[in-house]
Design a protein around this ligand. Structure first.
Ligand SMILES: N[C@@H](CCC(=O)N[C@@H](CS)C(=O)NCC(=O)O)C(=O)O
Length: 212
């Protein structure tokens, strides 16, 4: 049995979840309460970030490591050997350069979806400790510019998808799963933002999910 510890908006947890789906592995998703991470801390020996998985008592953390672990569990074609360098490089780009813009695009919408004032305040506090006071309001204000930056960053990806269906060719690969995790975070904040970044992206998201 695999248990996936997640926040519903986390691009890293979503990536792992889509990989579990794509590999047809049985798993139980566990939503970590944003303001009570005691189970996660106990499981991981002190970590407060998602994702983490517990596979029959084997605890794995860090989404990249989790994905490598899951890809090794069952035979699959998600990282074809001739494309391995490109697929992993693209996945790492999603988790770094792309995420750095997309989480700013998504953060105001994510904050708005928390149910309690305390959760909203804690989310803001965590972001402000790293990015400065008022950062979420600033990102809301600058959303059009941030979306324009995301469009620019995504231009080569959009060209590849347009011409061949998926990021690395005519078949689904782990590159698409990494990108889907990022786009699903943005869609969680506001689905209209995904279309604003690329009008073909909503359809691409459906195509990727239907290829699992
Ligand atoms: N490098 C880590 C990053 C994990 C991470 O930053 N997770 C975020 C959610 S996207 C988190 O749990 N942040 C804790 C918080 O917001 O308090 C990974 O890939 O697993």
């Amino acid at each position: 049995m695999i248990r996936l510890y997640r926040f519903p908006y986390s691009c890293y947890a979503l990536k792992v979840q889509y990989l579990l789906d794509a590999l047809h592995l049985d798993y139980t998703p566990l939503d970590v309460p944003f303001c009570d991470r005691s189970d996660l801390v106990e499981l991981t020996g002190g970590r407060v970030v998602v994702p983490a998985i517990d596979h029959d008592g084997n605890v794995v953390v860090e989404s990249r490591v989790i994905c490598q672990y899951l890809l090794g569990l069952v035979e699959n074609r998600l990282v074809p050997e001739p494309l391995a360098a490109l697929v992993w490089a693209y996945a790492d780009w999603c988790d770094s350069t792309l995420e750095d813009i997309l989480f700013r695009v998504a953060s105001p919408g994510i904050q708005a979806r928390f149910e309690t004032p305390f959760e909203k305040a804690l989310f803001a506090f965590i972001k402000e400790r790293k990015f400065g006071a008022g950062c979420i309001d600033a990102w809301k204000h600058e959303q059009a510019e941030l979306v324009a930056k995301a469009r620019e960053l995504m231009a080569p990806t959009l060209a590849s998808i347009r011409s061949q269906g998926f990021v690395a060719g005519p078949e689904l690969t782990f590159a698409d799963i990494s990108l889907l995790g990022q786009l699903a975070m943005v869609a969680y904040a506001d689905p209209a933002l995904v279309a604003a970044i690329g009008d073909q992206l909503p359809e691409y998201m459906v195509r990727v999910s239907q290829s699992f």
